[in-house]
Ligand binder design. Sequence first.
Ligand code: E4P
Length: 217
Amino acid sequence: MQIFLDTANIDQIKQAAGLGIISGVTTNPSLLAKETTADYETVTKKICSIIDGPVSVEVLSETADEMIKEARIKAKWAPNVNIKIPITPDGLTATSVLSEEGIDVNMTLCFSANQALLGALAGAAYVSIFVGRLDDVGQDGMQVVEDTIKILANYPDLEAQVIAASIRNPMHVTYAAMAGADVATVPYAVLMQMIQHPLTDAGIKRFLDDWKKVANK
Ligand code: E4P
């Protein structure tokens, strides 16, 4: 499973890129609004200069025609940009057209396996299941990831990769990997939680303390 970083924060992206385990980045308007520079083009180009892998950039239009126009412009911002389009009737139309043109689409805001299936049928390169937001309303977000993976495995012609999105904690990442998700897109804080373990810290301290005892003899 690949790990994408779910942020528009350049410092976080630089830090995470330095770890050598990040394969892409996903952004959205809410993430961008948190940053001091909310110029989507400037931020995207900066991200793409740091990350070679896919960088998802969301459309802000709501009609198919407008989404298509916007996507064509944004896809030119960098070679590794893919376009996030919400699963709506207009979003599906736009995805069908854009995927025919060779523009990779990340079908976003999927909350059911059927929505993800439709995104895959429209030719989306990625379908993003929002696990945390489903959990928030008392549904089982990871079950939707598992169902989608199972469905797409039945139809090898459908090439969409499954992204476990709206990740809230390290267990979401573990379960996404166990389910066979292609990608988990994780906030920086969750990535840091994945790295840390108190027993690792205690183990390093004990090794160094023991070594100091020998070195001081
Ligand atoms: C996915 O691509 C979205 O950017 C993201 O995972 C949304 O997560 P949230 O529910 O934490 O906003």
